[in-house]
Design a protein around this ligand. Sequence first.
Ligand code: PEP
Length: 247
Amino acid sequence: MAALPYIVGNWKMNGTRGMLNEARAIDRSAARFPKVQVAIAPPATLLYRTREAVEFIGVGGQDCHAYDSGAYTGDISAVMLKDTGADFTIVGHSERREYHAESDEEVRVKAEAALSAGLAVILCVGETEAQRDAGDAEAVVGSQLEGSCPRTEGAVEKLSVAYEPVWAIGTGRVPSVEDVAAMHKSIRAKLVAIYGDAGAEVRILYGGSVKAENASELLGIADVGGALVGGASLSAESFLAIVGAAA
Ligand code: PEP
């Protein structure tokens, strides 16, 4: 059976308690779209409250530490995310890779920690504009997957990959339909190379300036199994328009 389209909102470092109203509104309306899997990743400070406020949608973290506990001031472990009621976590977002200098190896270890805490994982990969201009986009993303895909037993069953070209995040620019299709095909081939036949089942999301206006087109591309949405997930109205486009 084909997996449902998966639409995930990444709130990044946005939102205080007032944003719970948006979470509730998303949740109420998501119930009207049973053929779409909907989730949000609020900031860690809102995770527990969001979990308590919603019924139908998934709730997840935006990152986790590689270790379960210890002297890592300011960090949050996968076990702690799970304890708030989170279902999943994002790892390897380009903002983590860039601003926190996270390597593929660190991202892999985080993904493995999340899985062992019982969370599903959304692993982000994507090339910079310079890498695309140099014709290296597929090689860069292939190498990120090689280095950051979790290798623990059963990992593949709880894994989604989000292809997020760095130059498309928050810029209003999106790659062409052909470029998204070619990249998702290449990611699929890499996942099968890593996981064997099970790699064919991993959902591959597209992320980068997804909005109500372009969602249908992007979600209609071969092997685009959903979307990771930043800016447009901060209001229930704009996020639900994307959910509606996936239905
Ligand atoms: C993101 O950062 O995951 C993202 C896709 O952001 P935006 O939708 O704002 O481009």
